[in-house]
Design a protein around this ligand. Sequence first.
Ligand code: KG4
Ligand code: ZN
Length: 333
Amino acid sequence: MAIILAIESSCDETSAAICIDGEIKSNIIASQAIHAKYGGVVPELASRAHQLHIIPTVDEAIQQAKIHKNDVEAVAFTRGPGLLGALLVGTSFAKSFALARQIPLIEVNHMQAHILAHFIEDPKPSFPFLCLTVSGGHTQIVLVKDYFDMELLGQTLDDAAGEAFDKTAKILHLPYPGGPLIDKYAQEGDPKAYTLPEPQIPELNFSFSGLKTAILYLVQAEEKKNPDFLKEHMADICASVQQRIVSILLNKLQKAAKQTGVRNVAIAGGVSANSGLRQGLLTMGSQYGWNVFIPKFEYCTDNAAMIAIAGYHKYLRKEFVGQDVAPLARMHM
Ligand code: KG4
Ligand code: ZN
């Protein structure tokens, strides 16, 4: 039996999960509400909140899995990429836990884990598959050849897709994180109400910074004519922004599928919770005959279950790290 405790602390969610022989038994997530009033994650506050949450979160994960902490056989943790201070809390906890029990320590790359979340439950994609990983910090198209053999085909040159949602939300005076709220308003709006530019970026790369500026100018111009513009047209703006972000993402994904000939296509990361992206991928998938893989909502945004499943596959390969391991704010795939 392989009983693995997994820890995630790369950004603003403290999460712990227990995985037994590749099956997730618990996945506890403590979110940090403190950042909402600042309109974004404040790194120092995130580190302090992780320190407060980590022990109760791990305790709850162990209890819910109905095991004892001494049953744990290995500890997997997010080494990076992420906020260094936040990563330090999870890394230090994982190292101490493993040292005290003399059990192996497994480092996990957060971006790989978002992709490997597809191996938590059926249907699981077969290799190779393409994955569009879209989160608050990253936007990547990855060719996944095997569990830990991933090739980055394209990425954002400036803002991430999640950042585009969150920064737009800020312009619209919506609280952080704005992605889910834009998604909610968009469901009642007309995506054709406002025309927003599609950036012409070469290859399989992305750019979202121009979109943010276009929205800012649009809102400023409209508010000059009508001070209640935002209140009256929130749903239409959200629907237009969302449909543009989704079309930028899906057009590149389609280009990647054409270039590689790969027909297994997945999405991952926080923005893969977006209803427009999920629906758009399903439509595109049936148009091009792809096998489409969309994660369950709870495995889209940051969670330790994805760290656990990545950790389990490293455990099977006996890929362990020593006590000298340190977190990495930047970490390549
Ligand atoms: O993967 P994640 O939880 O954290 C990072 O690793 O960054 O992604 C968080 C991002 C945020 O930008 C949030 O606004 C976005 O995912 N997000 C969404 C939705 N749910 C979360 N964006 C659009 N629509 C959603 N439903
Ligand atoms: Zn993430």
